[in-house]
Design a protein around this ligand. Structure first.
Ligand code: HEM
Length: 403
């Protein structure tokens, strides 16, 4: 057994990651953290793991999960009064079995692989339409990175087209609670979460009266062994699907395109061989993952990387760090679209493995090669603007010229 390392250098590195400029390029800091120790303690007491194998262990360990809502009262007594926290902590993302199993089964019966694959021609068409509108210099985020995923998930859920654009800011404001939660963050995040919920409540009421072939109508009807989602559960699920459906994918596309433009040899290899797309998307997910970390609470005493942890400890797995672990990936800081045996941690693992992974992969596999094929002189036209967050990593703007 090894003791948890209390290192001033590690505390400083973790602190630097909480804000810019430290989080602009977190990877050298992750490397140093891994060298200090596989498990380091952050200033707030959380235990941080940075190796690939240990991140996998965190997502699968039977003694790790989420704080049950009755325990949340002790940690944050006012959580249920904050719409931003309530909407997150009552979602499938923060549930434990058997509640998690039940919610996940009900949503999986509607959000099926078949429903996703059926979208392929429609997504390809949306990509072509967006590319048609691009000329000269444009902001990639506004031209493709945001509109593609928001329209795909919007269409899937049955959210009318003119209503979709407003959610870019609303979801960005709400998901600030995935970072450090301060009173200022809640001041912005709460009204955003409340607006999203009101909107979805009105839409769901309409779908109850007049069902369509969209996912919200399917969730209204979803039934397993006589069990159904309550209204409350349905709204929380719809909000999570909608937000997770575009926020993260926008960043996969944005981070991916910046990585390719900064590695022209790799960009050219994909342009020459669009058949590489599936492997390329895995590598883009690994190289600069849109979700950099996830956290769990220990139910009981356990060990990770030979380090003892106690019941009640909060454990944070830095997926972005595990994705650059040299013990798992040869030459991890190199973008290599043909990398063999790739296994990015980017969609998490275990029972909470990302429900939208097939959809996100499909969108990126269609959009990235199409963009490269359409614009042979694609280039960065300025410095991309970094979004000031770490859990969700992405850009606010990416100036490109399409020639
Ligand atoms: C590149 C895009 C995406 C990334 C990087 C991503 C990442 C993740 C990660 C890391 C988790 C696990 C979190 C944890 O264990 O604490 C997760 C869960 C989840 N994701 Fe995604 N996601 C993406 C796209 C999507 C899309 C498109 C959807 C929906 C359409 C979606 C819906 C969900 C849901 C519902 C969960 C919760 C699953 C559960 O708790 O059982 N995600 N995602």
């Amino acid at each position: 057994m090894t003791d948890i390392v209390e290192s001033v250098e590690a505390t400083t590195l973790l602190d630097e990651l909480t804000r810019l400029p430290g989080r602009e390029d977190p990877y050298p800091r992750y490397r140093r953290l891994r060298e200090i120790s596989p498990v380091v303690r952050a200033e707030d007491g959380a235990l941080v793991v940075t190796r690939h194998a240990d991140c996998v262990a965190v997502t699968r360990h039977p003694k790790l999960g989420h704080l049950p809502s009755h325990m949340m009262e002790f940690v944050r007594p006012d959580w249920a009064d904050h719409p931003a926290l309530h909407q997150l902590f009552t979602s499938v993302l923060a549930k434990n079995p058997p509640d998690h199993t039940r919610l996940r089964r009900l949503v999986s019966s509607s959000f099926t692989a078949r429903r996703v694959q059926a979208l392929r021609p429609r997504i390809a068409q949306m990509v072509e339409d967006l590319l048609d509108r691009m000329s000269g210099e444009v902001d990639f985020v506004q031209a493709l990175g945001f509109p593609l995923p928001v329209n795909v998930i919007g269409e899937l859920l049955g959210i009318p087209e003119p209503d979709r654009a407003q959610f870019q800011t609303l979801v960005r404001d709400w998901t600030q609670v995935l970072e450090v939660i301060t009173p200022e963050v809640l001041e912005t995040a709460d009204p955003a979460a409340a607006t999203i919920r009101e909107y979805l409540a009105a839409l769901t009421a309409e779908r109850r009266k007049d069902p369509g072939d969209d996912l919200i109508s399917a969730l209204v009807a979803a039934e397993e062994d006589g069990d159904k989602l309550t209204e409350e559960e349905l709204l929380t699920m719809a909000a999570l699907l909608f937000a997770a459906g575009f926020e993260t994918t926008t960043n996969l596309l944005g981070n991916g395109i910046v990585a390719l433009l900064r590695n022209p040899d790799q960009l050219e290899s994909l342009r020459r061989q669009p058949g590489l797309a599936a492997g390329a998307v895995e590598e883009l997910l690994r190289f600069d993952t849109p979700v950099q970390l996830l956290s769990r609470v220990a139910w009981d005493d356990l060990e990770i990387a030979g380090v003892p942890m106690s019941g009640g400890d909060r454990i944070v797995a830095y997926l972005g760090a595990g994705n650059r672990d040299p013990e798992r990936f040869a030459d991890p800081d190199r973008l290599d679209l043909a990398r063999a045996d790739n296994a990015p941690l980017s969609f998490g693992g275990g029972i909470h493995y990302c429900l939208g992974a097939p959809l996100a992969r499909l969108e990126a596999q269609l959009a990235v090669p199409a963009l490269l094929a359409r614009f042979p002189r694609l280039a960065l036209a300025g410095e991309p603007g970094r979004r000031d967050s770490l859990a969700i990593r992405g850009y606010t703007s990416i100036p490109i010229s399409v020639g």
